[in-house]
Design a protein around this ligand. Sequence first.
Ligand code: URA
Length: 190
Amino acid sequence: MEVSWNELNESIRACRLCPLAEGILNKVPGQGNANARLMLIGEGPGAEEDRQGLAFVGAAGQLLTRMLAAIGIKREEVFIANAVKCRPPGNRVPKSEETAACLPYLRAQAALIRPQVILLLGATALRAVLGQEKRITQCRGQWIVSKGVFILPTWHPAALLRDPSKKRDAWQDMRALRDKLAELPLKQAT
Ligand code: URA
């Protein structure tokens, strides 16, 4: 049976399945349109996200907002979540056992939203969702269809801030995303 948003958010709030919950200020479950056509999945909260309890509100989030705007998408239209809902200490990359512990929450969110398209932002999201053996350098820009959902791995916006030469690929991926959403029929209202 599907859980409700309230039950899901309460389980995330109470979760102690991995040690990441120790020492955080806030859980960051993710936010946005609960009936979105597009779901974005990042790595995990940073300092600003931890402070506000909201995903992608720091520098990488601002870039993400501009990237979406460039293809005519407002942040309120999409749902944005992370592979882990708690900030890893010192912003380290979440461990595979941490993303595995958190994956049921991400899956439950996707089951409630029923997105048509999922954009995986970076290696951690890619591996958490599609398998630890996956490599972002190989999978980036390649569509994967799973259970009728179109999944596109792309660079994490923080990687674009560190290495602007990756922006060319990212722009290609954003155009592919725009075209995919244009080609799919609109979702039925729930
Ligand atoms: N990076 C992420 O992966 N997620 C956030 O929420 C913020 C930065």
